[in-house]
Design a protein around this ligand. Structure first.
Ligand SMILES: [Zn+2]
Length: 303
């Protein structure tokens, strides 16, 4: 009985001793393989799985979905204490081998993609703003298309304001009635009776557009009234400054409806067609000046 007890005691002590030695030398870890290739060892399988799961379900920014090529496989192992945890490497490899797809909204002008924005609401707002800005000037063929892309670095602008400004510039640059960033529209409807250039040995500094006496004259673009009143051969003259060095002149008016310093838009009726000054019949004498120099109005209007 005594011997049995002693033997048992020795056995227990030995087991404990072996266990202690073992534990001091080995620890439990998971060997991680990706598509059959060993990537490393991790202490917490749960943490790695959770991180990958969170990554797959990321909905940050423009991420539409994340596809992980290979999910890790885990194998329980007892490894030496010196074995380092490679959770970071495992996660990095999973990310490197995954495909991220982004959702963006393309804004198209005449069917051609010009800009991208990140949200549909932003794309719609850009279109509303632009349509309002060019209302009555240009019929914008502008549309939105939802797009999925894998490389967002090529999307040069996803900020709404930037996209709007770029589109603005693009539209103006490609608009053949624009001069120095100012889009002009016809101030009246009528027949051109005299063109720009030499006329009877004199320089005609604008074009003459015949119309009935009293026909409303609209401003060619938004701007500020710089001059209004009688001015030599021009008769009743209105000069509008549109900024960017652009001015428009409206001569021979029968009536003037604006005053100096007044802000006008292309919807403002500034005057009425007449025959004041050096004129033989009711018509509008229209001039366009760029940095003070007369331009041929028919390069922009009444082509
Ligand atoms: Zn004239």
């Amino acid at each position: 009985m005594y011997y049995i007890k002693k033997t048992l005691k020795i056995t227990v002590v030995s087991v404990i001793l072996i266990f202690v030695i073992f534990v001091s030398k080995y620890k439990p870890m998971y060997k991680v393989t990706l598509a059959g290739e060993t990537v490393g060892y991790v202490t917490s399988k749960k943490d790695v799985e959770k991180t990958i799961n969170d990554y797959i379900n990321t909905k940050d920014g423009n991420i539409a979905f994340v596809e992980v090529a290979n999910m890790p496989e885990y194998e329980f192992n007892l490894v030496e204490w010196s074995k380092e945890d490679s959770t970071e490497e495992v996660l990095q490899k999973v990310k490197d081998e995954s495909l991220v797809t982004y959702r963006v909204f393309a804004i198209k002008l005449a069917g051609e993609t010009k800009e991208y924005v990140s949200k549909i609401e932003e794309a719609e707002q850009v279109i509303v703003d632009l349509k309002k800005e060019f209302e009555g000037i240009l019929d914008l063929d502008i549309s939105i298309e939802e797009m999925f892309v894998s490389d967002i670095s090529e999307i040069h602008s996803i900020d709404m304001q930037v996209a709007k400004n770029n589109l603005d510039t693009e539209i103006i640059e490609n608009c053949d009635s624009a001069i120095n960033g100012v889009i002009l529209s016809k101030p009246i409807k009528g027949i051109i009776t005299s063109r720009f250039g030499s006329r009877w040995g004199r320089q005609h500094e604008g074009i003459d557009i015949a119309a009935n006496e009293g026909t409303p004259i609209y401003a060619c673009s938004k701007g500020t009234v710089e001059y209004c009143g009688e001015y030599y051969g021009y008769g009743n003259l209105v000069i509008i400054n549109h900024g960017n060095g652009i001015q428009t002149y409206y001569g021979h008016c029968s009536k003037i409806y604006v005053s100096k310093g007044q802000e006008v838009t292309r919807d403002t009726i500034i005057a009425a067609v007449g025959s004041t000054g050096n004129s033989t019949g009711p018509h509008l004498h229209l001039e366009i000046r760029k940095n003070g120099k007369v331009q041929n109005p028919q390069n922009y209007l009444y082509k």
